[in-house]
Design a protein around this ligand. Structure first.
Ligand code: NAD
Ligand code: ZN
Length: 362
């Protein structure tokens, strides 16, 4: 499957399928030969799991550099180390970098590519479900001790090679994290698709073809919004559905202690409750969705340790907060997002309702 992505800066393709890495190498043989050097950058964990597959199927010669796995690679230190490696190995503006890993590696390497010698070609080889989202759209960043994703750039890859072969080794916690963003993409785009999730009872044994279809749809939703955003800057905010409250939960519990997707899944409940109030979402949908999230083993209890005041403080600090007003992506109906300014007190009421459900049990 090929999904085109059009942005102001460039047009590129996401290639999606199983065992497509070899095809990439063959299809791009000439282009790859024209670079003076290819550098593969991965995280230690991903490389340990997939070295033999990559060496077998990525047939062009490359230099390898490994960074710490997960969020801990999005630091100034890793950024510096990768730049040093590139310089020490004589990389030039005519070299290309490959980011093999989840969203963290993709964000780090995208930012390295954007800034090394003022920009060199890079390719994304995502290895998590979550990265169906992060590898498309060109947002790149590292973290500052004072805030996540605070230092970054918009920089588009040459191509995204999404080989679902890599997903086989994903632990359930990462499946849950990534599926939260897939489900988010369904909520902001397609009510029939949302109903498919109500049919499943667990995320632990997802059927391969089904997952491929969902990732395909998710990438298309993201690509379409990124494309529309050229004309109207509000569209991209729709992708923030569940994230205003979710980011606050993530920050309050602590990055790394809760996955991004789990925090987003939690954040979608207040967003759905607010959609019942400000949009036309049928009353009771948020509760029904909460039951689904529980069945899929998202852990809501952890927010009971975070007082609402703490979450509210994080929400007001969010990059996307304008003049201290909370701008929420909400749903007019399922599949029809809009942006609404919401007073903190209205969020407080939804937060209380959610906490009540959690205390009552599932
Ligand atoms: P990640 O890259 O931190 O990976 C999570 C964990 O899974 C790591 O320990 C990693 O080693 C492991 N892993 C990766 N692939 C694996 C595989 N195939 N098998 C087994 N383990 C594997 O996390 P993520 O969830 O992919 O991405 C989260 C990051 O993405 C965050 O830093 C977030 O800020 C960023 N993000 C960026 C955007 C964007 O638009 N740029 C959007 C959403 C999220
Ligand atoms: Zn997200």
């Amino acid at each position: 499957m090929i999904i085109p992505v059009k942005t102001n800066a460039s047009n590129y393709e996401v290639h999606l399928g199983e065992n497509i890495l070899e095809d990439f190498s063959k299809r791009n043989k000439k282009k790859l030969e024209n670079y003076d050097q290819l550098i593969m950058i991965s995280d230690e964990n991903v490389w340990n799991l997939h070295e033999s597959y990559v060496r077998k199927n990525f047939t062009a010669p490359f230099n390898l550099f490994l960074v710490p796995s997960g969020e801990s690679c999005k630091t100034f230190e890793s950024y510096f180390n990768v730049q040093s490696f590139l310089l020490q190995n004589g990389a030039s503006r005519n070299s290309a970098i490959f980011a093999l890993g989840g969203g963290a590696v993709g964000d780090l390497i995208g930012f390295v590519a954007a800034t090394f010698m003022r920009g060199i070609d890079f390719y994304q080889i995502p290895t998590t479900i979550l990265a169906h989202d992060s590898s498309v759209g060109g947002k790149t960043a590292i973290n500052h001790p004072l805030g996540k994703n605070m230092i970054g750039a918009f920089y588009q890859p040459q191509e995204v090679i999404y080989d679902v072969h890599f997903l086989k080794s994903l632990p359930l916690s990462e499946v849950k994290s990534g599926m939260a963003e897939v489900i988010k993409h369904s909520l902001i785009s397609d009510s029939e698709w949302v109903e498919e999730f109500f049919q499943i009872t667990s995320l632990s044994n997802l059927e391969k073809d089904q997952l491929l279809q969902w990732i395909n749809k998710g990438i298309r939703v993201k690509a379409k919004i990124v494309e529309m955003d050229e004309k109207e800057s509000n569209f991209r905010k729709y992708l923030n559905f569940g994230h205003t409250y979710g980011h606050a939960v993530e920050a309050a519990i602590g990055y790394g202690k809760i996955s991004h997707g789990e925090a987003v899944m939690i954040g979608m409940i207040p967003a759905l409750l607010l959609s019942e109030k400000y949009g036309q979402l049928p009353k009771g949908f948020a509760k029904r969705f909460y039951s689904l999230a529980n069945r899929l083993e998202y852990n809501f209890e952890q927010i009971l340790d975070c007082p609402f005041e703490q979450l509210a403080a994080y929400m007001q600090k969010d990059k996307k907060t304008i003049n201290k007003q909370l701008h929420f992506a909400l749903l007019e109906t399922i599949g029809k997002p809009f942006i609404q300014v919401v007073p903190v007190d209205a969020v407080r009421l939804c937060d209380e309702e959610l906490r009540q459900w959690i205390r009552e049990g599932k």
